[in-house]
Design a protein around this ligand. Structure first.
Ligand code: NAP
Length: 263
């Protein structure tokens, strides 16, 4: 299937590692021009060292900390200055710390509000004038399975991911008149560097092994394994592509069947 991504300009935030990185690479492989953002230029350059050899003419690395209010508009300015257009936004960023309600101070709540919700709002708001000029515009928010199925210990994610899918659904209604499609992918347990690091930490804490901890998680998943970042990336790339031209307002799990609900 031709995803019709050749020449399209895609901005992927949180793209130096894990799900964002895998999606940026998949988009490049499908012919898109990609702006990959992260907080550290050095981490971006290291992550894309090999990829850049092949795609340097279609890849722009931009250092931007989206927790800072002015970062989104600067990121969009750099994107437009370089590629002159924007068709696709994949909003992704780091996940919040795990904790229980009694541990969360006001500062923790405010920080999570800013990094999980406001950063997404700002990027989309700044991207909108350019997306409205595109012939095949789309937005994808990367959230979490916690948006549909709250998980123990994932307090901040359980609270703010539903807000992001609420935003996503609302935008799909408001922006449909401009032909802008807005969807979300809700990843389940995926073997990104960050998640495998968390499993190593659990193994140390429980005096077990990485394999034993991965097996514990996998047992809860119908496909009996962690998802792979490139599996996520393929779903994301399809959803933002013109090949998915009739799909908007979709909150799609990519979780090996982990989610227990019906719809
Ligand atoms: N992996 C899973 O199993 C899973 C499951 C459900 C949901 N999720 C969610 O999916 C997202 C990606 O997960 P992941 O496992 O791929 O995480 P990851 O490997 O930690 O990647 C997060 C990316 O976001 C960037 N980032 C973090 N804070 C940022 C900021 N303030 N401004 C700009 N970029 C920022 C990081 O780069 P720098 O550090 O260089 O800035 C990195 O490139 C997270 O929100 C996570 O909670 C993951």
């Amino acid at each position: 299937m031709d995803l019709q991504l050749s020449g399209k300009v895609a901005l992927v935030t949180g793209a130096s590692s894990g799900l964002g990185y895998a999606t940026a690479v998949e988009l490049l492989q499908e012919g898109a021009k990609v702006v990959a953002c992260g907080r550290s230029k050095a981490r971006l350059e290291s992550a894309y060292a090999e990829v850049a050899k092949k795609y340097s003419d279609r890849l722009l690395l931009v250092e931007a900390d989206l927790d800072i209010a002015s970062a989104a508009s600067e990121l969009l300015e750099k994107t437009i200055a370089h590629f002159k257009a924007l068709d696709i936004v994949v909003f992704n960023s780091g996940g919040p710390a795990l904790m229980r309600f009694e541990e969360a101070t006001d500062a923790v709540w405010e920080e999570a509000f800013s990094s999980l919700l406001m950063s997404c709002i700002r990027v989309i708001r700044c991207a909108l004038p350019y997306l409205r000029k595109s012939t095949a515009p789309s937005i994808l928010t990367v959230t979490s399975i916690t948006a549909k199925q709250p998980l123990p210990g994932f307090l901040l994610s359980n609270v703010f991911r539903p807000a992001v899918i609420g935003l996503t659904k609302t935008l799909s209604k408001e922006l449909g008149q401009y032909n802008i499609r807005v969807n979300s992918i809700l990843p389940g347990y995926t073997a990104t560097p960050r998640f495998t690091e968390a499993l190593h930490y659990q193994a140390q804490k429980n005096h077990s092994s990485f394999e034993a901890e991965a097996e514990k998680v996998s047992r809860q998943i119908p496909l009996k394994r962690l998802s792979a970042p490139n599996e996520f990336a393929k779903s994301a790339t399809f959803l933002v592509s013109p090949a998915a031209s009739n799909i908007t307002g979709l909150m799609m799990q990519a979780d090996g069947g982990f989610y227990e609900g019906l719809i």
